[in-house]
Design a protein around this ligand. Structure first.
Ligand code: ATP
Length: 269
């Protein structure tokens, strides 16, 4: 039961090529790569570097992926926690985990600290229906204290992710905290083609597969939905014992995801 200690960190093996579309977000985030690679150079020049970056966007738009890609590009360690882990834990656990996480990241800097679902701890304080929110508040206060405690010499960037920026406590957005904002959007038609390509890179595809057509037929799909679609198509191809994934498999996968159909697979004797 590892709730008391931070998740093991690694240097992610993904980079910006794995993130399709999201060009403006990528541009903003990529400015941080040089800093993470050569922090002392920035320090020597007296350049002010952001401490906290808030990534916002609908579910499945690649916020986690982007954070990992930044660490991967810079070749630095990636420490992550999710705000939802602190709901209904004992008082003090969240704050102590945050403290350990920052300690470890500092010892192994340069590093990225990623806080997913920031809104589940970072909601405006004092709006709870009387009590019951002590744990969340303590965790939030610890994050703020850690970020305020940066001396300016740590080569650490804290990335927060949320799909509810509207409910965040304004204290989180103050200068020196999450004062830089990167917006991730649902992919448009061209982006969906790019995401289809990324996720089918290693798949044998039949000549009849048209990503243009698939993209036109999947409005509103997020990057995560498209990843799912590609995977489902491969599953259908496997079921058919096909040696390539055909358009019919993609169509079937799309219909399944769009209708949310629960399929009852016939059990083969
Ligand atoms: P949530 O808000 O639900 O946590 P998120 O915005 O953090 O979602 P991810 O978890 O990063 O989204 O996305 C899930 C998966 O969807 C990614 O691991 C990736 O495989 C795929 N994906 C999402 N966006 C993209 C993209 N722009 N390019 C390629 N793959 C993507």
């Amino acid at each position: 039961f590892l709730r008391g200690s931070p998740r093991k960190s690694d240097i992610p093996n993904v980079n910006f090529d794995d993130v399709a579309g999201q060009d403006s977000a990528k541009r903003e985030v990529s400015e941080l790569v040089e800093f993470l690679k050569h922090p002392s150079h920035f320090r020597q020049l007296g350049a002010e570097v952001p401490r906290g970056v808030l990534m916002m966007g609908p579910p499945g738009t690649g916020k986690t992926l982007m954070a990992r890609a930044l660490a991967g590009e810079a070749g630095v360690r990636f420490y992550s926690i999710s705000g939802s882990e602190f709901i209904e834990v004992f008082v003090g656990v969240g704050a102590s985990r945050v403290r350990h996480l920052f300690e470890e990241a500092k010892e192994n800097s340069p590093a990225i600290i990623f806080i997913d679902e920031l809104d589940s701890i970072g909601r405006t304080r004092g709006t709870g229906l009387g009590g019951g929110h002590d744990e969340r508040e303590q965790t939030l206060n610890q994050i703020l204290a850690e970020m305020d405690g940066f001396s300016g010499h740590e080569a650490i960037i804290v990335l927060g992710a949320t799909n509810r920026p509207d409910v965040l406590d304004p204290a989180l957005l103050r200068p020196g905290r999450f004062d830089r904002h990167v917006v991730l959007e649902l992919p448009d038609r061209n982006d969906r083609i790019a995401i289809l390509k990324v996720h089918s890179r290693k798949m044998p595809l039949d000549d009849d597969v048209s990503f243009e057509q698939l993209s036109a037929g999947t409005p509103g799909f997020s990057g995560a939905d498209i990843k799912n679609l590609v995977n489902e198509a491969a599953m259908f191809a496997a079921r058919d014992k096909a040696d390539k994934v055909c358009m019919a498999h993609f169509d079937e996968a799309r219909d399944k995801l769009m209708l949310g159909t629960v399929r009852t697979l016939a059990i083969q004797p």
